[in-house]
Design a protein around this ligand. Sequence first.
Ligand SMILES: C[S@@+](CC[C@H](N)C(=O)[O-])C[C@H]1O[C@@H](n2cnc3c(N)ncnc32)[C@H](O)[C@@H]1O
Length: 349
Amino acid sequence: MPPISPFVFATCNVGSEASLKAEVFRSHGKVLTPAFMRPGLITWKSKIELPSDFDMQSVFARTSGFSHGLGKTIGDIASLVQKMGTSPLHLHLFPRIPPEDEWVEQDRARIDTLRASLSAALAEKNVSIQAPMNPALGDWILDLIVEPDSEQSLVGLHQHDHDKHPSPGGLPRIDQPPEAPSRAYLKMEQALAWQGLSREKTLSGLTALELGCAPGGASYSLLKRGIRVFGVDTGTMDDRVLNFQENEGPAFTHLRTTAGAVSSHSLPPKIDLLVSDMNLAPPIVLKYVEALQRRIRAKILIVTLKLNDRSLEEKIPLYLKHFAQFAPGPISATQLAANRREICLFSRV
Ligand SMILES: C[S@@+](CC[C@H](N)C(=O)[O-])C[C@H]1O[C@@H](n2cnc3c(N)ncnc32)[C@H](O)[C@@H]1O
């Protein structure tokens, strides 16, 4: 059992620190006191001894766990990890300030070089480290959150679970193709990576219904994965999406209407994924998604909720409660790296 620290950490999108701090105060204010805050990272001290399975259960925290302090050099970090006495571990090394939208070669190279040096330093101290990806439920993950301009890293530890990101820091290295019609491509790809659905062919042959699909970034991601898409929006779709061919026929069907007016005869008999990215208030989005889900019974739901007004953040637990009432299975919620003032809800059978 890994050693438990009185400190906990959470990483988040730069700009979401106040949202994260307020969320943690609402859920754990009696126990956790903020210790330090930097862009993309907050730590707290606990007033009580936390159980080893303590989970912050925060939507704005993309990664969270126990904090074991700052290591200034690779040698310091290796010593800290050795003192923790936990192995084998998955090593998740990632930058405190995530790359803006896409990883550039320089970011990748810096993280990979640091990772290689650190793995070597740890091996010298007989600490064994597993491959960084695909942790199993319950596996312990060593988080090393790297400062922008030095080797200094915060050393953290968390346990993998179904709602946790499998890639280091929840920052999968996904590139947006230049022809993608919108940033929603990246949001969809990150949502699939979060839920371990991004491997080739996992979703091929399925059918999706997307509410709020224009101009088509998310649909483009799904189409490229071999998914047939029915898209609902009164807005104009990008030609690449409209003309996307599969088996010599169009793979995208545009239902040029609103989510509340989708008629059953325009839908295929079986829909596997229900996706929503409508720019409407969360209760209205949930009302439309619920009504459609009760009709189509999709196995997978991916819903973006826009939180344009910060006062809506307090209501996230209510939105999740509503979502759980019609979701096909356990629910998860996170703020993806590509989410601006919004969060992503997920559920599958
Ligand atoms: C953020 S954009 C969607 C981006 C899109 N998912 C993509 O991949 O490019 C929000 C969209 O929601 C649509 N929308 C707003 N209200 C809607 C409604 N009641 N039914 C369907 N779509 C709606 C808007 O027309 C707008 O195109």
